[in-house]
Design a protein around this ligand. Structure first.
Ligand SMILES: Cc1cc2nc3c(=O)[nH]c(=O)nc-3n(C[C@H](O)[C@H](O)[C@H](O)COP(=O)(O)O)c2cc1C
Length: 201
């Protein structure tokens, strides 16, 4: 699949132009999981690997799961979360690749089912048809991951060519610390050679 024409305008669209400096453009989709507080680490790592980054967050994630002002300062672009109005310009160029990190139980299940009732989900549903690489770092507790719908959904997404990092439960210890979340793994997954740089250079 090589198509990159964006029709629904979920994420971006033809005519929005390339990223600043002509660098390949990476969409980082952020869901409402506790580890999202550190999403800045992924953005910085992607920028160091020569990606231009635009963040699309779920509406729940926008409600205090990460520092939105800090992320906007880091990317130099507004975070997208709501659908644009018809006639409004498309703020992001089309994606060269998409990362979902952290990916919640809710968003993964809905994406696998083809639901597009948030901008984040619409973007993910469309990314498959655009034929760009998609990497996912799930953050789902074991008790939820046991649900048959979740397991079937992952199988479906894998069958669509979506690349997954290792399972991660996301539960904090009593002292508030969590096992390390391997943000950069998402970038490694984007390329066949595993170096994690842009795929279109
Ligand atoms: C503090 C907090 C942490 C959460 N962490 C997770 C998590 O790690 N994984 C997950 O799947 N859901 C987690 N949730 C639940 C999701 O936020 C909830 O299912 C939400 O509807 C997901 O929305 P989204 O998929 O649109 O981002 C958490 C909720 C709260 C309040």
């Amino acid at each position: 699949m090589t198509t990159r024409t964006n029709q629904a305008g979920a994420g971006a669209g033809a005519g929005a132009g390339p990223g600043q400096g002509g660098r390949p453009f990476l969409y980082v989709v952020v869901c409402a999981a506790g580890v999202a507080v550190d999403v800045g680490r992924l953005i910085t790592a992607a920028q160091e690997r020569d990606w231009e980054v635009g963040v699309i967050a779920t509406p729940v994630a926008m409600g205090g799961f990460f520092d939105t002002a800090e992320v906007e300062a880091r990317t130099g672009r507004p975070i997208r979360s709501a659908w644009r109005s018809p006639g409004d310009p498309r703020p992001f160029p089309p994606p060269d690749a998409v990362v979902v990190a952290p990916a919640t139980f809710n968003t993964l299940n809905k994406w696998a089912a083809g639901t597009a009732d948030t901008l984040a989900l619409g973007t993910l549903c469309e990314a498959y048809g655009l034929g760009v690489p998609i990497a996912v770092l799930p953050c789902v507790a074991d008790a939820l991951a046991a649900h048959p719908a979740y397991r079937a959904g992952l199988e479906r997404l894998r069958g669509m060519g979506v690349r997954f990092g290792d399972p991660y439960g996301g539960e904090a210890e009593e002292d508030g610390r969590r096992e390390e979340f391997h943000w950069e793994r998402a970038l490694d997954l984007l390329t066949a050679d595993g170096n994690g740089g842009p795929v279109t250079r």
